[in-house]
Design a protein around this ligand. Sequence first.
Ligand code: NAD
Length: 429
Amino acid sequence: MVSMSTLPLESASPAHICPFDQACSYLEAAAKELKLDQGTLEILSHPRKVVTVSIPVKLDDGEVRVLAGHRVQHSDILGPYKGGIRYHPAVTLREVSALAMLMTWKCALLGIPYGGAKGGIAIDPKRYSVGELERITRRYTSELIKDIGPSVDIPAPDMGTSAREMAWMMDTYSVNVGHAVPGVVTGKPISVGGSRGREMATGRGTMIIVREALADRGKSLIGVRVAIQGFGNVGSAAAELLYQEGAKVIAVSTGAGGVFAADGLDIPALKAYAASNRKSVVGFPQGTPISNADLLTLPCDVLIPAALENQITEANADQVQAQIIAEAANGPVTLEANLSLEARGVTVLPDILANAGGVVVSYLEWVQGLSYLFWDEERVNREMEHLMVQAYHQVIKQSQVRQIPLRLAAYTLGVGRVAQALSDRGLYP
Ligand code: NAD
């Protein structure tokens, strides 16, 4: 076990807020609410295993570069480690450690038998050719070969990775062990054992949670004005599904900037535009430009940050005009911002609930693979919706019974289930 005090202190998060400290603060608040003993809190605060590997890669021009790849396994108390692989320049060991911890609580909250993990490499994938990305992914997988596996640790896509990288990981692992092992990753292409519905799953889960929150307020999605930061896997799927349900998606953005239309954007047209414009929405003709900062403070009903962490901070929280914020990204609202939003009566649907659709369908993919029986998309979506709606109502009930905000309610459920399992399993030796 590695003490977090030994982790490098650098943090590249936009507001220089350490994501791991923030994750620990949420854990401590949940532990206090649950009256957990100090020993349990100590165990849950530490990742079980922290791995950093060197990834030497030959670039297309012949230069050799050595990258650092991380994998943090926070907890396997409830089952195999589970969590995405992120390729982004701001990746640090502390960020990966924070995200690994979030995965533990998320899986526990959703009632799926996984622990939590996360991996990442600090690269901008847009700056590498497909061939270079393949070599990086394969060498990273190979270096982690003893630490991953279908009953050990199961990676999935996250920012900067997709089904393509998962197929490379699955193939590298399979070649190394000598036989095909589809269950080593989820979020794979359907051709190698992926699940129908996985690609849209995180965005679909966010749409479901927003729909439920509106229903509690006597509203439907029809005509609701939504702004979405990030138009990648999660943001574009949420935008498309919300659009299909009749919501008005008035603004979306990517790292390069955003686009706004007061009457709602034509999301299918915008998706087609982004697909042929290096995934950027900048220059979309049926809208006007908007910056990422302005998007967050637009007058709208629902704000969905679906890009990076620490986007809504003390500096801009009081300017946010949305009444509901659904955290499709991990950790987009800081602790302090959350407090000030709550004080103003803004509902923050926490990340471990609002973006859990992806890991739920990853779990369903794993279950289908283990049983060699693959379902149609309608069944996948139905099973996922059931787990998401159930978790939503559990969080609302917990919030009402304990008179605590939604994030703390979600954390107390997730942390409480892991603490209970730890107590039942006992401490070895
Ligand atoms: P992605 O790489 O597919 O898309 C990320 C999007 O964010 C892109 O549109 C990118 O341009 C934009 N972006 C990058 N930097 C930005 C910046 N500085 N300002 C504004 N936008 C910026 O990633 P994704 O898979 O959609 O993941 C997005 C978030 O959702 C991450 O926080 C991730 O951890 C979380 N998440 C993803 C999944 C999943 O299944 N992919 C599951 C749960 C949570």
